[in-house]
Design a protein around this ligand. Structure first.
Ligand SMILES: Cc1cc2nc3c(=O)[nH]c(=O)nc-3n(C[C@H](O)[C@H](O)[C@H](O)COP(=O)(O)OP(=O)(O)OC[C@H]3O[C@@H](n4cnc5c(N)ncnc54)[C@H](O)[C@@H]3O)c2cc1C
Length: 385
């Protein structure tokens, strides 16, 4: 956007500049190799942690920042997802969606010893909600936990779990009570617990440097303190946690749009057809007007949401609507960006081609477009009352 943002501060500018330098110098040059190897080197987890981005909203005594800032959360997500392979953001940042429940509900012993290791990037953790039977209908998840004396015994499976093959700790949603939202609890489960196994999920169309796993719980016994947060109140905790993931995916889509816009603009300024640069053809120039308008709108939407969050308001309807609008805008911008590249946009190695393969995970993961619209109208009091 050419007009200044009333929400920009010198601190944010410095934070963004530091991150941008890191992504430009240490991440972008290696992305092709990491995508090919289907992994990001472990050292990157610690390197990203050094910017403090895993510590938002977490007490300093547990290794967190001691403050929260939705703008900085969004700034990080925008730059990480927009770095050239949004799978990088998932590979190192997958833990972020599990940190809220751990910081809030895990026993003090865990928060004092293990949580700082996860925040420092020396250990990994994942959030496991989605099941082979479905991810949208969280209220009907079927992994079951039954209390037996001083243990809980879990049976069931989880699907698509980001970081699932290398995480040491999992926040797992399981049914401890009756059907529906009032029967779900959260468990904190270590990877080497007997009865827990995992298998990699191969063959994705994008996010190659980030791995996902299937998790299996077969009479998996955990101690009573593995249940974190109030029993049968896990659904609310899961929903609260989703807000941060959805803000990150919205800001992430913004970063991916910027990448497509800038790459296709560079190309349009270089490439000549019919004796003129592409950008000098009015039809092509108008594409940039449309693309930049969509980017501006999402940027403004994200900033307004961040402002509300920093005021202590959780604008669930707006976050839901913004997530849909951002992935729809991303679809448009990536499509137009690729069109501007012509055949070159269809080749592996083209930055827009990779984004193109990553659109759908943004539109489905963390709450699909359909579910986001549904949540928005409920939150606005228009439906489902
Ligand atoms: C790469 C990747 C990483 C992921 N990482 C994680 C992770 O770390 N942890 C985790 O728990 N999950 C993770 N997920 C899962 C993700 O959150 C789910 O894929 C998502 O919530 C949708 O669930 P589903 O795939 O089971 O689709 P379903 O719930 O089966 O839905 C299928 C389709 O039907 C639509 N639909 C469903 N219900 C309705 C309805 N009532 N009205 C209209 N349309 C409807 C959906 O929008 C979707 O388009 C990941 C997914 C991917 C692809």
């Amino acid at each position: 956007m050419t007009c200044p943002s009333p929400f920009m501060t010198p601190e944010r500018e410095a934070f963004r500049a530091n991150l941008k330098r890191f992504f430009d110098d240490e991440v972008k040059p290696n992305l092709d190799e990491w995508e090919l190897n289907k992994a990001v080197p472990w050292a990157m987890h610690e390197r990203v942690s050094s910017f403090g981005v895993f510590g938002f909203g977490i007490d300093e005594k547990y290794g967190g920042l001691g403050f929260d800032d939705a703008f900085m959360r969004a700034d990080y997500a925008e730059l990480a997802f927009g770095c050239g392979a949004s799978g990088f953001a998932a590979a190192v940042g997958g833990r972020m969606i599990s940190l809220g429940p751990i910081a809030k509900f895990a026993p003090d012993g865990f928060r004092n010893t293990v949580l700082p290791e996860i925040i420092a990037g020396r250990m990994n953790s994942s959030l496991a909600i989605t099941e082979p039977g479905g991810g949208s209908d969280v209220a009907n998840l079927s992994t079951k936990a039954v209390r037996k004396g001083d243990k809980w015994v879990l049976n069931g499976a989880k699907a698509f779990i980001t970081g699932g093959m290398d995480s040491q700790w999992f926040v797992v949603g399981a049914r401890t009570g009756g059907p529906g939202i009032a029967g779900i609890s959260l468990f904190l489960i270590e990877a080497d617990t007997p009865g827990f196994t995992r298998t990699p999920l191969g063959g994705k169309m994008g996010w190659h440097c980030s791995e996902q796993a299937m998790l299996h719980f077969d009479d998996c016994e955990v101690p009573t303190e593995a249940l974190i947060g109030p029993e049968n109140k896990g659904f609310i905790a899961i929903m609260n946690n989703f807000n941060y993931e959805r803000l990150a995916m919205t800001a992430g889509s913004l970063g991916m749009m910027r990448l497509c816009y800038e790459a296709s603009l560079d190309w349009a300024r270089e490439r000549k057809t019919f004796g003129e640069r592409l950008i000098d053809h009015q039809v092509i120039a108008h594409k940039f007007a449309e693309m930049s308008a969509k980017i501006d709108m999402i940027e403004a939407y994200v900033e307004r949401i961040c402002w509300a969050m920093n005021q202590g308001v959780m604008p669930v309807a707006e976050i839901s609507k913004a997530k849909v609008q951002s992935t729809k805008a991303l679809e448009y911008v990536a499509s137009e960006g690729m069109q501007i590249f012509g055949g070159a946009g269809y080749l592996h190695g083209n930055p827009v081609e990779r984004v193109w393969r990553e659109i759908k995970v943004m539109a489905i993961g963390g709450g699909s477009e359909e579910i986001m619209r549904d949540l928005a109208v409920r939150q606005m009091g228009l439906a489902g009352q």
